[in-house]
Design a protein around this ligand. Structure first.
Ligand code: IPE
Ligand code: IPE
Ligand code: MG
Length: 266
């Protein structure tokens, strides 16, 4: 059932350009504050930046872009900021879906959508439906998303789907139920805004991602910053548990026979 392998089970194919880039777009509030603007001005600017970054990803042949727009913890912010963000989400979907569709982009939203207003939920469903057949780039927006929420909802759905195997579930039983089942695991993770933490983003899928942190605030992010992150990614040696010598010698470093049989995709 799983469309994509797991980096802890098999060694994924990696290329010059990351196939999947995941970004925590952080620093909007600080960007605005530096300019004596209300924090929300930073969020507004952040949407414009995202539009340009999507374009840059398409131009570079990146197949999947996943961005963290609103975390399950962001409800703790002042009510006015939360409602501004919700309205911004509505207006961005209203204005951008047609453009995404014209550019061959498939839109996916992941997160616990049950807490959103019906109007927003409708726009999300409509946006996903309209763009479902596109294949140039898959843009996933994580909204009211939390990595722990995702793992738990996947476990609960698996428990209902496969109760007879309870106690013996494997990674490949679980992964189809994760919210990101439509995408391979991220190759490159970027966080803007200077913090060096994951903040409950894709904690399952980031197991073997290359991490890149920049002090640049999200509203200042551009194609050049993206290229710097990709250049850094290219310099990394992705070992997936193997030794450097194995990689140099072209040894795939396959799992021993017995282990391989146990962990192969069911
Ligand atoms: C990220 O920017 C956007 C959201 C979390 C919605 P922030 O709003 O966290 O900006 P800072 O970190 O306060 O500067
Ligand atoms: C993470 O940013 C979530 C988003 C960018 C949507 P936060 O600004 O909420 O993260 P913390 O609270 O500083 O870790
Ligand atoms: Mg922040």
């Amino acid at each position: 059932m799983a469309a994509f392998g797991s980096s802890t089970q098999a060694i994924p194919d990696t290329g010059e350009v990351p196939r999947h880039v995941a970004i925590i777009m952080d620093g909007n509030g600080r960007w605005a504050r530096k300019r004596f603007l209300p924090r929300v001005a930073g969020h507004k600017r952040g949407v414009e930046v995202l539009r340009r970054v999507i374009q840059a990803c398409v131009e570079r042949g990146i197949e999947y872009l996943t961005v963290f727009a609103f975390s399950s913890e962001n409800w703790r912010r002042p009510t006015e900021e939360v409602s501004f963000l919700m309205n911004l989400f509505v207006s961005a979907l209203t204005e951008e879906v047609a453009r995404l569709h014209e550019n061959g982009i498939r839109l996916k939203i992941v997160g616990d959508l049950s807490r959103f207003e019906p109007r927003l939920r409708e726009l999300i469903a409509e946006g996903e439906r309209t763009t479902a057949g596109n294949g140039r780039l898959t843009l996933t927006i994580a909204a009211n998303y939390g990595g722990r929420w995702d793992i738990l909802q996947a476990c609960n759905r698996l428990a209902r789907a496969l109760p007879e195997k309870c106690g013996e579930w494997s990674e490949s039983d679980l992964t189809p139920f994760l919210a990101m089942a439509h995408a391979p695991e991220p190759d490159l993770f970027i966080r803007t805004g200077g913090e060096q933490r994951i903040s409950n983003f894709m904690i399952w899928q980031l197991a073997y991602a290359e991490l890149y942190f920049t002090d640049r605030l999200w509203p200042e992010f551009d194609a050049r910053t993206l290229d710097a992150a990709i250049a850094s990614y290219r310099r990394r040696e992705r070992r997936f548990g193997r030794t450097s010598e194995q990689l140099q010698g072209g040894d795939a470093g396959a799992l021993p026979e017995a282990a391989a049989t146990q962990t192969q995709d069911a």
